[in-house]
Each structure stands twice: as structure tokens, then as C-alpha cells.
Ligand binder design. Structure first.
Ligand code: SAH
Length: 262
């Protein structure tokens, strides 16, 4: 179809067939699985997925694309959800009683990638795994280790829940129109048992936010509402460090120390 890519919906359509094949390979879809694709667009991933799996859910915001899809996929097993993925209730696609789980894939609109990731964290109980195409910088932040430049709030909040793997770098030329940035494909696997468990998740999120709010400052400064000198000593934590030096475990320890005093 003739479709003019809409900037406001972050439309960069994948056209490189070799890359598309490598993404499908990495996803490794199985016929019976329940898969939801966010932002199917003109079908770069949708069509190869449909060759393998029996049924696919897609979540697409653009009405023009949706009306094209309704004709294009009229005789196929696609359920089209014409809504904003940020507002979509992913959990409703699975039958919780029978313990069904969902796989999530998508070449995500880059302008809303962080909010979508946080939205999906709220639905993780029902998700087996997720595979996303994102701006390379975002993927680097997702997988970054402490004391490296890309390490930040996104790294800590995602790594708390997910094992992540940087899978495939993708150059701008693989898309039409070509985005201004490099991209990468990332795999995210929710932990069956988290390595470190925060006893109060909201408190954990608050501490991470406060610490990275002013990432150049020491945690003595940014966490002064949470931790006294005595607390730092008990935690065996150097208060001159900055947020970027703390591991997920450090943040969980801080959270659980405060929680134990409440
Ligand atoms: N998967 C396709 C299209 C990627 S472009 C491909 O790889 O070629 C991103 C797609 O996400 C577009 O189809 C765009 O319309 C859609 N999109 C943008 N914002 C969205 C949102 N908030 N919810 C759902 N889909 C969205």
C-alpha cells in the first residue's frame, strides 16, 4: 500500500530481508504460542511470524494502517487491537487460570520506548519473554553494568526484573525511512526467581529515582532523606559513591535496610 510514514508515530519500517530473517530466528516463534506484536506497521515482522504461528495479536495505534491491515489480513489469524500500546492491558490476552503466558515482540516506536518498557513491567507476571528493536543507545542503557556511562535508572529498574541480552545491531539503512540513529534488537527474559528481592518495591523505585535524579551527586547527598551516616555504616556502603556505582543488589540492600526499620 502507499503509506507515508508518520513521524509522530515513530514509523520506520524494516525493509532489509536478511535482518528481518535474523530477528525472526532470534525470536524463534513456535506455532502454538500466544504472541503479541506492538506496532506491526506494514507487516515486516507480522508476515513472517504468521507463516510460523497459528494466531497473532497486534497492537497498532495508526488507524490508516489498521484499515489496511483489516483487508490485508482478512483471512488470516490476526487479532487487531487498534489502541495505544501504552494503555493496552496485555494481561487480558492470556488465560491466567490455565497459566498461559505471552510473548511480546516489536520494532517499537522510539519516542515511547521507555514508557512502553515500564508499562510492560507492570504486566510481567503474564509474560514469558520480550524481543524489541530499539534505538541502540536505549539497548545499551538497558544492559549496562554499574560504573559505566550508560548505566542509569533504566538499567537498574529493568535488570531488577529481567535478564537481558543485546542480540543484533541494526544499521539505519535496514529501515524505510532510515532513522537518524543506530538500532539494536534486544531480548528480555523475566526472572522466574529474582536474584535480589526488594521487600517494598515502591520504596525501591523511589530510592533509585532519588539517587539518579542528580547522578553527579554523592549518595550521601541524594539519599539523605533515606539514610543516615549510621545507616551507611550498617550497610557497609561508602556514602561518597554516586548512584552509577551502585549495583541492583546495593539498591535492594538499601531498600530492605530501610524497610526493616519501618
Ligand atoms: N513493525 C513494523 C513497523 C515499525 S514502526 C516494521 O518493523 O516495519 C513503529 C510502529 O508502531 C508503527 O506501525 C506505528 O504506527 C506504531 N505505533 C506508534 N506508536 C504506537 C503506540 N503508542 N501504540 C501502538 N503502536 C504504535
Amino acid at each position: 500500500m502507499k503509506h507515508i510514514a508518520k513521524k509522530r508515530f515513530g514509523q520506520n519500517f524494516l525493509t532489509d530481508q536478511a535482518i528481518i530473517a535474523s530477528l525472526i530466528d532470534a525470536i524463534n516463534p513456535q506455532p502454538e504460542e500466544i504472541i503479541v506484536e506492538i506496532g506491526p506497521g506494514l507487516g515486516a515482522l507480522t508476515k513472517p511470524l504468521l507463516k510460523i504461528i497459528k494466531h497473532l495479536h497486534v497492537v497498532e495505534i495508526d488507524r490508516d494502517i489498521v484499515s489496511w491491515m483489516q483487508k490485508e489480513y482478512a483471512n488470516t489469524a490476526v487479532t487487531i487491537h487498534n489502541v495505544d500500546a501504552l494503555k493496552f492491558d496485555f494481561a487480558k490476552l492470556v488465560n491466567n487460570k490455565s497459566g498461559e503466558n505471552l510473548r511480546v515482540v516489536g520494532n517499537l516506536p522510539y519516542n515511547i520506548s521507555t514508557p512502553i518498557l515500564f508499562h510492560l513491567l507492570d504486566n510481567l507476571a503474564h509474560i514469558t519473554d520480550m524481543h524489541f528493536m530499539l534505538q541502540k543507545e536505549v539497548v545499551e542503557r538497558m544492559v549496562a553494568l554499574p560504573s559505566t556511562p550508560a548505566y542509569g535508572r533504566l538499567s537498574v529498574m529493568l535488570q531488577y526484573h529481567l535478564a537481558m541480552e543485546y542480540l543484533i545491531p541494526v544499521p539505519p539503512e535496514a529501515f524505510e525511512p532510515a532513522p537518524k540513529v543506530e538500532s539494536a534488537f534486544v531480548g528480555c527474559l523475566p526472572y522466574a526467581a529474582k536474584p535480589y528481592v526488594a521487600l517494598d518495591y515502591k520504596l525501591f523505585a523511589k530510592i533509585v529515582l532519588a539517587a539518579f535524579g542528580q547522578r553527579r551527586k554523592t549518595i550521601r547527598n541524594t539519599l539523605k532523606d533515606f539514610l543516615s551516616n549510621e545507616d551507611f555504616a550498617k550497610l557497609n556502603l561508602n556514602s561518597q559513591l554516586r548512584a552509577e556505582n551502585l549495583s541492583v543488589k546495593n539498591f535492594v540492600d538499601i531498600c530492605n535496610h530501610i524497610h526493616s526499620k519501618l
